[in-house]
Design a protein around this ligand. Structure first.
Ligand code: PLP
Length: 383
């Protein structure tokens, strides 16, 4: 449909936009809420970036329909589930997958079953899953325990598993890399992401490989990812790929320890995962891109979250802020060279986790409803 005043087609979601690179039947109608097409915002308030002449952009995935990047994968996974005749979806979740699955299932007229760790899910995410009418099952265990359960259930019951082990999730999520290349007009030098289950870093790597692959490139490792999609478009979009940098919270950092963990802990509940499902794929992305993994403490995560909110006007959830915390430290240390172009994915919106936001902010000031009282406070606090 075209807007009569501008002639610009109405944006109708990432399946319509990237259908020629997604594994769907030609006639299948997208189950979409208009996901994707999120802004790429340059950070402008941080002196370190000016000193090092680093251009740092954030891809604000919190502006997706359910306020996290999970919608990119969910639109494709649920569209495919409908195409296959499925009537129910199931997932384990630290919160955002359940919110997204619940919304897209509602949109498709399907049932959503979601398993969440009792007491360890941010309030906004729980509200979303409940409000969209999912059947919410709290387990007395963590995400990894829930993941093991839903894999078994989906093997036996007629429900479609929509965690990122579902390959259509990653296919949808790869479109974030396409958008970044289109928005920048080129590839960034570095791409920084929080790593939990490691699906998203894997999906971005697939996307970057696809856009740097062309027919005739069959000998390159990029080609191993693009599954022939490049042949549809005949030419590579860009020549290079970024280095992929994955950041984990110190208490939940299996990639730093080199092995799976049993008791992950971090305030960033979205990445409170000890047994990443895309373990091998994420190691490949890191190695092939010549990137690295690193870890940050909960305090460092919260400092970055506050810096983004107060200094730049961008409110993301704690897990998202680790990408900026990690990038800033690596810029400071010179691991990311001066003059680099860096993209950090802000995976989810800050409103997801109001408790953490309120705890680290100054409490409101209460005064009488009188001019004098209000004026006094204003004069004392003028910047
Ligand atoms: C799911 C999620 C992550 C982690 O992504 P993985 O693909 O599991 O590595 C990070 N941040 C937020 C906000 C998320 O919802």
């Amino acid at each position: 449909m075209t807007n009569p005043s501008s002639g610009v087609p109405r944006y109708t979601g990432l399946i319509d936009r990237y259908r020629d690179r997604l594994p769907l039947q030609p006639g299948t109608r997208a189950v979409s809420l208009g996901e994707g097409d999120t802004p790429l915002i340059q950070l402008t308030d941080i002196p370190l970036l000016r000193d090092r002449e680093v251009l740092l952009y954030v891809k604000y995935e919190g502006l997706n329909p359910t306020a996290s990047f999970k919608d990119r994968g969910m639109t494709v996974a649920v569209t495919k589930a409908v195409e296959d005749g499925s009537r129910a979806v199931i997932c384990a979740s630290t919160g955002n997958t359940s919110a997204s699955a619940a919304a897209y299932a509602a949109r498709a007229g399907m049932t959503a079953f979601v398993l969440i760790p009792e007491g360890k899910i941010a309030l906004g995410k729980l509200a979303q899953a409940m409000m969209h009418g999912a059947l919410v099952i709290q387990i007395k265990g963590n995400f990894d325990a829930g993941m093991a359960l839903v894999k078994k259930i989906a093997d036996e019951a007629p429900v479609t598993l929509v965690n990122s082990v579902n390959p259509y999730r990653l296919q949808g999520q790869k479109t974030a890399a396409f958008e970044i290349i289109e928005q920048l007009g080129d590839v960034p030098d570095y791409h920084c992401l929080p790593v939990g289950n490691a699906g998203n870093i894997t999906a971005h790597w697939i996307g970057y490989c696809e856009y740097s692959c062309a027919p005739g490139d069959e000998t390159t490792d990029a080609c191993a990812y693009c599954q022939g999609n490049c042949a549809l478009l005949a030419d590579k979009v860009v020549a290079d790929r970024p280095k992929m940098l994955g950041y984990q919270a110190t208490g939940a950092a299996p990639f730093l320890r080199g092995e799976m963990l049993d008791h992950p802990e971090t305030i960033a509940t979205a990445i409170r995962i000890g047994r990443p499902q895309s373990w091998d794929q994420a190691w490949s992305a890191s190695r092939e891109s010549q990137g690295w993994f690193d870890e940050l403490t909960d305090d460092e995560i919260l400092v970055a979250q506050k810096l983004l909110a107060e200094g730049e006007g961008i409110f993301c959830e704690p897990a998202s802020a680790i990408s900026v915390a990690g990038a800033m430290r690596d810029i400071e240390r010179g691991k990311i060279e001066p003059g680099s172009r860096v993209v950090c994915t802000l995976t989810g919106h800050g409103l997801k986790d109001p408790d953490t936001a309120i705890q680290q902010s100054t409490a409101p000031i209460t005064v009488e409803a009188e001019m004098d009282a209000v004026n006094e406070v204003i004069l004392q606090n003028m910047k």
